[in-house]
Design a protein around this ligand. Structure first.
Ligand code: NAI
Length: 390
């Protein structure tokens, strides 16, 4: 909890920090990478640096955390902290890195605010930083301790590869050494680390799309021709090829039983839902599940066969689909255009969303307007969570 001494300084400077934070974070990352270029090899994504989403996500999380301390003293933004901690642990972030981030972040703040940063204000924001850092370190230690091994990455061998939808590929890996395998949960992701053409390693997180409870990792990767990572996965990885996968992380997990579920996905955003449906079916779940999926057309829907097979095994599941073009398929409760969530919602529903950001904005608004409280609307964002800040 924020000390009474710091509270008025944070309350008074929150608007100025919130306004300046988006120009402070780019300066912070420049300083950090100048002092620690090794962090660009296998931890930070240079694409997210270039397109600014990493800076936005950091700025957003600091602003959200400080606002929380001021508006709800004694509580913490649990969802945000858990989300950040799961991402950090999938990258191997360690306690020793927090003082390094502190130094460069506060140097950037000092440069930006100049004389306006009095010692009292600096002390108050230092307290905020360490409250957030210690909260994260605690969660991250707990997450590391839950793993079957003490490492960050282990080598995994590609054993199966299949095309799905358009431009997407399902990749299944088996352990390439004796590292003990953590059993994953549906909805979790792994970090994938691979060397790029210039030798620098890059990392991306991919949701497990199948086999979550087995000693096997299956991910589904959509090709982004303008991206850096997915073309390497698509073009350079052949059966027998070995890459590095992290232990599984992610807190957006769907339980076998409970109140009615509404799972609304679009495009490649169906990967967590495909894993959840497969696992629910394997456990013989009788939960009431409304599956909604929107895609460009029937042939562009990735993991379609797997999802339809799982839905067929779930007595409580129903499916509705929306397609922007092409002939509407039979038997899939298909409609033209964008998804309309309203008809699927019941008062006690837990709603899970995953898809491109414009889709999530649209369906989240529909759910809120239909009276579903925000805490029952869960979502997965691929990449830095710029949505949370917004
Ligand atoms: N949760 C996340 O962070 C996700 C992010 N993405 C990002 O989005 C990119 C595009 O993903 P694709 O699968 O190619 O999606 P896409 O561009 O094929 O769109 C899939 C469907 O989303 C729906 N949609 C799109 N815009 C909408 C809007 N304004 N309102 C309502 N519905 C809308 C449409 O039904 C569309 O067919 C990916 O490359 C990825 O970077 C994709 C999936 C999940």
């Amino acid at each position: 909890m924020l000390s009474p001494k710091s509270f008025p300084f944070i309350e008074a400077t929150l608007p100025i920090i919130a306004e300046r934070i988006s120009s402070i974070t780019p300066n912070f990352y420049n300083r950090l990478f100048a002092a620690h270029p090794e962090l660009l090899d296998g931890i930070f994504s240079r694409s997210n640096q270039k397109n600014g989403t990493q800076q936005q996500a950091l700025a957003g999380s600091i602003a959200v955390f400080a606002t929380y301390l001021v508006k709800h003293p004694g509580t913490a933004p649990e969802t945000m902290l858990a989300r950040v901690a799961h991402k950090h642990t999938s990258l191997g972030v360690a306690e020793e890195q927090y003082p390094i981030v502190y130094k460069h972040l506060f140097d950037a703040i000092a440069e930006d605010l100049g004389d306006a940063l009095t010692p009292e204000i600096a002390d108050a924001w230092t307290e905020v930083y360490w409250l957030m850092a210690h909260a994260l370190i605690k969660i991250e230690k707990g997450l590391y301790a839950q793993q079957a091994n003490a490492g960050i990455y282990a080598p995994w061998k590609l054993v199966e590869r299949a095309e799905t939808g358009v431009d997407s590929v399902i990749l299944s890996f088996e352990p390439a050494d004796g590292t003990p395998v953590t059993v994953a949960k549906p909805g979790q992701f792994v970090s994938v680390r691979m060397p790029m053409a210039d030798g620098l390693r890059q990392v991306r997180q991919y949701t497990l799309s199948n086999d979550v409870e087995h000693a096997r990792r299956t991910i589904t990767v959509k090709l982004d021709v303008n991206g850096e990572f997915s073309p390497v996965i698509h073009n350079n990885l052949e059966i027998g090829g070995v890459i590095e996968l992290s232990n599984p992380y992610g807190d957006l997990v769907i339980d076998n039983e409970g109140s009615p579920l509404v799972i609304a996905t679009a495009g490649i955003g169906c990967t967590p839902s495909a894993a959840a449906l497969q696992t629910l079916a394997a456990h013989g779940s009788t939960r009431k599940i409304t599956v909604l999926h929107a895609d460009q057309e029937i042939t562009t829907w990735p993991l379609r066969e797997q999802m339809l097979e799982s839905i067929g095994k779930l007595p409580g599941a129903t499916l509705s689909t929306w397609f922007e073009r092409g002939e509407l398929p039979e038997g899939l409760n298909a409609q033209s255009g964008y998804m309309d969530l309203a008809a699927a919602l019941s008062e006690d529903a837990q709603v899970y969303l995953c898809g491109p950001l414009p889709f999530m904005n649209a369906v989240r608004t529909q759910a809120l307007e239909a009276g579903i409280p925000a805490e029952r609307i869960h979502y997965e964002v691929f990449g830095p969570d710029v949505w949370l800040a917004a």
